[in-house]
Design a protein around this ligand. Sequence first.
Ligand SMILES: [Zn+2]
Length: 377
Amino acid sequence: MTFGFQLHQGTVNGPRLGTLTTPHGAVSTPTFMPVATRGMLRGPWPDRLRPMGVEMMLANSFHLFARPGVESIEAMGGLHKMMAWDGPVLTDSGGFQAFSLASISKLNDDGWKIAHPVHGAMVDWTPKMAFEVQASLRPDVAMILDECPAEPRDRTKVAAAVKRTLRWAKMQRDMHDARGGVDSGQAQFGIVQGGVFEDLRQECARELSAMEFDGYAIGGVSVGEGHDAMMDGVRHSTSDLPKEKARYLMGVGTPLDLVESVARGIDMFDCVYPTRCGRYGTFLSDEGNQHIHNARFKNDPLPLLPGCTCDACATGVPRGALRAGLKEREMLPASLLAHHNLHYLVNLMKQMRSAIADGSFEDLRARINAVYRPPKP
Ligand SMILES: [Zn+2]
């Protein structure tokens, strides 16, 4: 089988255990994909990912198209070779970049006109373009180009985004079929939009389900709406998705967002959170987020997190040295903190899978909530 999803345990909207089968190997779900936007992670080395437990990575088709470009990637031997990663890869379609680069992009019914991040000329980033670039990059999973509405609470704008996303989805689904579907060596996921509106998310999920995508993503969450609204968005999206297909929540998360989304039936995640936090001096622990800039670490001879089995903590570089180095913008502390954070989240996913299997998921969920849920004001 070139691509498939087997659900081993779980329900439509509860914690699930599954296996994603891809041309580059199997992935145990729920899983966390580290974000290598331009084919590389900000910090962790590619050969340290497997030992850490990473099973699938994410890259971004729009940024790769901009640099180094599809031709260069092909000349290097393809996307997996370029990433020095022989496991499964998912590429995002650039829809979120059009949203996040709103100041240099313009939306119309045919797609986005967006300034090329390298030379500035306007590029027509259309559903056809996003599809073809991803077909050339050959990730294991390609995402459809969608419209992520900039204002998730503006019903008129969100309804228009859902309409456009569905129309583009159908176009790209037809292109995927014409290319042989999963037999082309690539799966294609649809993306549910709908902002904070339950009926719009349900409608979008129903329409996409009828198109029979290989898997489904939930987009347009984690755009500043807050944890509770985000979880409502997840619930409103999953209720109308088929149980037997993989569900991927885009751009999430933090330990709390991950455990609460797994509790609501999500199988896959990606986020820059662990590497970005590391660059700013935040490291994850069972006592919550800690900040290396805190004065109490100034003379601290201990490694980042005593007892942690990750490569970064194993180096033994003391907290005091990491703090001083980060303040002077040395590269090593940012890299070590990013590595530790990614290891922490990948390990959390592993703990969640074990806990679902042995029936103790609610205990783990309560533990993460106790540490990571911000106190009510
Ligand atoms: Zn560590």
